[in-house]
Each structure stands twice: as C-alpha cells, then as structure tokens.
Design a protein around this ligand. Structure first.
Ligand code: SF4
Ligand code: ZN
Length: 267
C-alpha cells in the first residue's frame, strides 16, 4: 500500500529530496524506515526533521531515539525547537487547548525547516485512521478551506513558500503500522504526550473506533468518499494570499501561526 500510494499519486519523483517529519512515534518511525528502504532502491534522497515542542521527559526521549535510529539508517537528522523559533516551550503556555497551538506551530516549523534544507517534498506519517479523522473533524467544524487540503498531496495553495506535503501512509491502517513496527523492532518511545487528552482528534478517534466495531470498513469508506468528492470541492489556489506578518502563503490576511502568536502576546 505504501509503494502503491506513492506511485499512483506520483508523490515522489526522481531527484526529489524528501524531508520526513519524524516525531519518534510509531507512524513517523515506520515512515522513516520505509522511506529509507525506498530511497536505497530509487534515485531519491531523504532527510529526517524533528520538531521539539519542549515537553521534558517525553519529546526529548523521542528525539533521542530518532537520532540513534537515523545514525543506524545512515539518514541525516535535523531538529528545530519551539524555544529557538518562538522563545517558549509548549508547556510554558497558559492556554486551554494546547494541541491547537502545538499543531499549528509544528506545521509551520516543519515547513520552514524543510524549506531551509532545500527539500522538494515534506513527508508526514499520517495513516488511514488519521485521514478519516481529519475528514470528519473538518466536516464537524464546517471548515471547507481546510478539508480541501486533505489527500495524499494537497494540490491547493501551491506556492514556493510551501514545501509540498505528502502522505505515503494515508492508505495504511494504524494497526498495520503497529504490526510493522513490532516486526521490524523499531525503537519507538513508549510514552505519550501528557497533554494528549486535551484533543478534539481523540474524541473523533473514539467515535470512529466505535463506528468501526459496529460497521467494519467505516474509516476506509470515509477516505474513499473524500477522494471521490475532492475534485468537486477543490478551488486550486482559490483564496490565496501572503501572511502580512511572516510572509508565508496562507488563505487569509494573517497565517494561523501568526494569529495564535499574536493571541499569546496579547494575553
Ligand atoms: Fe502537541 Fe497535543 Fe501532540 Fe502533545 S498531543 S505533542 S500538545 S499536538
Ligand atoms: Zn504568518
């Protein structure tokens, strides 16, 4: 499924430099392992990028594992922390919804780092479960602008300011990755983020798991449904502008990261 997703969607081309977002969790470590094997068979270079949001006892341990794993695979590894980029750790914030801030900042830094390295693609470890959750979350929020950006590659907001994000694992179930990581003895840190309970995605995940037990194939059907309607809802580069604060391409006057940073500054 991994190779088929890449070839059917033309996710990676000869000469690409693929930056892989590696948090140290099961999905991204499996992606790193798979892409490392893939790169040896093709004319494609890969590099790993980890973002440190600043959760002592968790992310530092994950990144330690990623570092060692990259050495064993012969893959270059880069890190970028919130502290360096924004001057704070995620745990310093006095906010209710940590994940909203953390996710937006992580995406921004991953893109920035990938761009700096000269990557032509940015691969992330989203699996089929994540993709089904994202579809449903955007439906629940009524977020038409965001739902357009799902899929194996976005195809909207194409601009040199964005390193195109690809999802080679978006047709692979989480449980299949669990088996893959055990069979290949991937060095995954077993802990979880202490703030992971405060998360809309967790609620949607629980909802979908309940549906899946009753109606097997629900997650896969949601993703297939999305793939069928995407061509009808996508407005390529529809509402497109550049952030007035940081200059990154975005769909409104100010990008989400700058909007949240401003909110933090103004207390
Ligand atoms: Fe960040 Fe939330 Fe993930 Fe923790 S669970 S790393 S706070 S997005
Ligand atoms: Zn901005």
């Amino acid at each position: 499924m991994f190779v088929r997703t890449i070839s059917q969607n033309n996710l990676i081309e000869k000469g690409d430099l693929v930056a892989i977002g590696v948090s140290g969790g099961m999905d991204s470590m499996s992606l790193l392992h798979l892409l490392s094997k893939f790169s040896k068979k093709t004319n494609v270079n890969i590099v790993a990028v980890s973002i440190d949001e600043g959760t002592p006892g968790y992310r530092d341990k994950c990144i330690e594992n990623v570092k060692k794993f990259c050495v064993s695979l012969g893959v270059e590894h880069h890190t970028q922390s919130y502290k360096e980029a924004f001057g704070f750790n995620i745990e310093d914030l006095d906010v209710k919804k940590f994940c909203t801030y953390c996710g937006v900042f992580r995406r921004k830094l991953l893109n920035q780092k990938a761009k700096k390295i000269g990557a032509t693609k940015l691969a992330i470890g989203h699996n089929l479960d994540d993709e089904a959750q994202s579809v449903l979350m955007n439906v629940l929020r009524g977020d038409v602008a965001r739902i357009q950006r799902l899929g194996p590659k976005p195809g909207v907001l194409e601009d040199e300011g964005f390193v195109p994000r690809i999802k080679p694992l978006r047709n692979v179930l989480k449980k299949e990755l669990a088996v893959y990581s055990i069979v290949n003895e991937l060095p995954i840190f077993e802990g979880s983020c202490p703030r992971s309970g405060d998360n809309t995605r967790r609620d949607v995940q629980a909802l979908l798991m309940g549906m899946e037990r009753k109606y097997p194939g629900t997650r896969s059907q949601i993703v297939k449904f999305y793939d069928k309607i995407k061509p009808k809802i996508v407005e390529k580069n529809g509402e497109f502008s550049y952030c007035e604060t940081c200059g990154d391409p975005c769909s409104s006057k100010i990008c989400k990261a700058c909007e949240l940073l401003e909110k933090l500054r103004s207390g």
